[in-house]
Design a protein around this ligand. Structure first.
Ligand code: MC0
Length: 140
């Protein structure tokens, strides 16, 4: 069901500083920057690699306000890994199958994610403390 690690989402206080860090230390390149009001984030995708099932990225996330998922995460835990996003071929089917196994779906239906993807989150309390995101990339 899980095709690849689509991205690792990393919470930070200052997006521009973290982009500069990932560019200079790891040589990564920003391929997309977006503001996602619904999710309360300003974010950048940095390309890591391409694989047979699609690309993988580092996703840097800065909260738009303190009272957002990433804002609350930063206040409680500080900067660090916020979530893991896995690529799936059919997000509606994956949600149905995962929900049937008793994992709480934060999103019953897919939402708009980075670079035109459809995304949905699973509750971290049901995934061993890991906020987990499913990602269906747009068809090319
Ligand atoms: C909160 N918790 C986490 C967590 N955030 N555990 C692991 N990883 C995280 N990132 C834990 C808290 O420690 C707490 O546990 C419990 O979950 C409830 O947290 P809370 O402090 O009440 O925080 P809330 O109200 O933010 O709720 C947490 C929840 C929420 C995961 C339901 O953040 C949510 O709906 N997240 C999904 C949307 C999201 O994260 N959007 C931002 C990325 P204790 O033990 O203290 O009770 S958007 C994105 O990434 C898009 C742009 C994309 O990829 O394309």
């Amino acid at each position: 069901m899980l095709l690849r690690i689509d991205h690792v989402g990393i919470a930070c206080h200052n997006l521009e500083e973290k982009i500069a860090f990932y560019e200079s230390v790891f040589g990564l390149k920003v391929v997309s920057r977006e503001i996602n009001e619904e999710q309360g984030v300003r974010e950048a995708m940095l390309h890591v690699t391409d694989g047979p099932h699609g690309a993988s990225y580092v996703q840097l996330l800065e909260p738009l306000h303190p009272d957002t998922p990433v804002g609350r995460f930063l206040a409680k835990r500080g900067e660090g890994v916020h979530h893991i996003g896995y690529g799936v071929a059919d997000i509606a089917k994956a949600l149905e199958e995962i929900g049937a196994k008793g994992v709480r779906l934060i999103d019953q239906r897919p939402r708009h994610g980075s670079m035109g993807a459809s995304i949905a989150f699973l509750h971290p309390k049901d995934v061993g403390g890991v906020l987990t995101e499913l990602v269906e990339a747009p068809r090319r």
